[in-house]
Write a protein that binds this ligand. Sequence first.
Ligand code: ZN
Length: 353
Amino acid sequence: MGKIKNLIKKVYFFLVQYVYLFPGGKRRKKKPCLEPFIVPDGAVELNVRIAPVYKNKCGIVTIISDDGVYKTAKALKALANKFSLPITVAGTVKNVAPHMKFWKELNDDPYIELVNHSYNHIRMEEGTHISSDMTALKHEIYHSQVFFEKITKRKTIAYVCPENQMCRLGYQVLKESGYLGVAQGSRGYNDLEILSDTANNPGSWFNLKRMGICDKSEQSPNVMRQSWVDKARENNKWLIEMWHNVSDDITKGYQTITTAEASEHLAYLKSCENDLWIAKFTEVIKYLAERQSCVAKAYWLDGHVICYVDPKNLELDIFTQDLSLLVDLSNVNNKCPEKMIEVKPGQIQRVKL
Ligand SMILES: [Zn+2]
């Protein structure tokens, strides 16, 4: 018995020393490495601001296709790659789980992202049976998040409410589960400055507005959809389009549009790419959250611009989206009065002019 006790002691101390305490040990928490940002003597401090939209474009468009239907996902992958435009798929565990191999492969596609649209796609607004059942709400919001994180191998920060609504307790679970952006079904365009209010307030982080692909209009469907894009550009807004199925058999699925209709709209979006940032749901959430929290700094020294984005309280392993900084060089360089430089939160960037 004594020998076994000694062996257990040795194994225990080995684990404590080499796995827990030492770098590379599994239980050692990864800490972001922040470089210090000090303006040296002789440098000229510069005015700098973060562009409201990535690459300083006029507005933003995000396509979210709801439900994660396998056949539609295949059609979306083909379309997104044909037009080199990103599409976000909001999937339910119920639809995604039977095709795990496909979704894991799709995770490597640069144009498709997968976000959470609940476990079973049940109504969760106030007054429904589930709205007072914390266990069931956790299943629909948190357990489904764990499922999607296994496929995407990254933190799931975006949620799309099934049936477009959410109850009060559901908001609480969303918040506790670490979601940062939630789309619902309120119609309209989002401001580039998102309201921090997490109550049921359209346009806030937990109730981002969308336009429905089959919404009724006096115009023809594609003219209506193109007019949304024009409004986002003209009024500096974030348009989130809510798509459902894409299939050449429009008798099947919910709010199905044909591949030809989808192509026509994507071609229009592509023609607006110089003015609009067409981006995945998660990328936009990160950009706008970073822009609203971070502080940019810059100085000029020996023909170089050195800039830095102070992340304040943001978690650097989540907030990895490049920010577009607009650096005012009018005091130091006549030839180029303003320069756009891309920097991630917590990083320093040096650019020679
Ligand atoms: Zn849905």
